[in-house]
Design a protein around this ligand. Sequence first.
Ligand code: HEM
Ligand SMILES: [Cu+2]
Length: 520
Amino acid sequence: MKEWIFTTDHKRVGILYLIGSMAAFAVAGIMALLMRAEQFNIGLGVASEPTQYNTWLYFHGAAMILGFLIPGLTGFAANYLIPLMIGAKDVAFPRLNALSLWLFWMGIVVALLTFVIPDAPDIMWTGYPPYSVKTAGNTAFYVFTVHLIGFSSILGAVNFLTTIIYMRAPGMGWMQMNVFVWSLFTGLIVQLVFVPVLAAAVTLLLFDKYLGTHFFDAAAGGDVLLYQNLFWFYSHPAVYVIFLPAMGLLFEIISTNAKNRPFNYNALIVGMCGIVLITGEVWVHHLYTSGMPDWIRIGQMVTTLMISVPVGVMVISLWGTLYKGAITFNTAMYYGVSCLFLLLLGGLTGIPLAMTALDLHLSETSFIHAHFHFIMGIFAAFVVFGSVYFYFPKMTGRMCNEALGKLSFWLNFIGVNVTFWPLFIIGVKYGMPRRYYDYARIPEAVPYHHVATFGAVLVALGITLMLVNWIYGAIKGPKAPENPWRSASLEWTHAASPPPHGNFPAPVTVSSDWTPYNYK
Ligand code: HEM
Ligand SMILES: [Cu+2]
């Protein structure tokens, strides 16, 4: 126990991040089930009052993004894999790393206090004023959660950027790095630049609510849209803090299991860098329905559509990596291949949203809800799940049960489609609003909500089986072979499973023709 609490070993830090983020995921998942139960029919009253629904929505959104996806990718996966992939003994600043971890855990604890404090926060994950300032709910706890987790992620970004720049094994050139390392390098630059903006925005919110300032109070000369602009100035890039590392991990899973190098590696890296350049210029597409001059709307439509170019390059690269591959279909690869479908679905539904003329109608409907769940929530979650299966033998020295893994995969995959397809349809057909507690005026939507709630139950079952599989596998699973997926990456070829403190038996050097994707 003590060795874990005081650990500075990046692998243990990574595993503690994984446990924290899965805890956030589980509680946020229960909130999702409660919301789906409420929406199952009109006027059910599962929530004792409407604000309780808002609290569920708050916890679900905030915990999924700030507690699960970002820490799952830039905390767990980055910690566990970066030093191993670049042949380093640890991260650049191991103690700072431990501080990041415990700040993150404190954030999770503060978020969980939602369920015991009298006036729980009820402000989505967005915290828009004026509601967040006027509500009786405890907006401060939202702000503190953002502060703690935000500070943790800024420290993490500094640590990993330094590690990647300075601690690569002698001989490892930039264009020899794993795609995952590049994806974090780019994703963390975005994180470092934009998180402080969110921290500032929520701090001003705190001042408005508790100290009587009027930054966002139009009646007193403030500007209510200022908050939305600051929020999305961070939160659009935040989707790439999730999307980029998720893409990177996906390449590791797909290349290794298809025994093919990432197709068009150079273009892929340029695409990732391109996203870093464009991602700060598109946030206004989240505000199309607020008043603004046409030239801004149209300009934002152009920049938003431009983002599809590097995203498209990455997706083509993924398909190309599968081309003529010798594919092994293990559980990790099931998740990997399903992500190609999720990307297509999420990406293609993003394009109409980028068009102002269409978005004005679709904005704030359940179409958006389905779009961002597929492209961000489910896509990134499936990558995290796939990567846990993929690196399970490395982390535990044991294997998971493949049959149970595949069964739970199918429950999850079918479940998410059954949940979200109806929401696409009723968003377009009836303008079903998102974030609503009840929908008495749209009785036509009831059957669709029945289906969606049924889908959520399938996912809950799938996730439960997956967790059972992981826990059982970690304790009782059969011993893993040294390199079960026959990877060529350093973490498999040069380190034991699980690797000891310090990672490698001898310092690693690589030659100029080495690549982590050499499957000869
Ligand atoms: C093909 C590229 C994409 C395009 C053109 C696109 C376009 C859009 C647009 C215009 C909106 C705002 C709609 C509105 O609120 O009225 C939106 C919402 C959203 N998108 Fe995408 N998107 C794309 C890819 C992505 C990716 C890769 C992610 C995440 C990794 C993502 C995550 C989100 C989220 C989270 C929201 C909703 C946020 C909220 O209001 O709570 N999108 N998308
Ligand atoms: Cu956006």
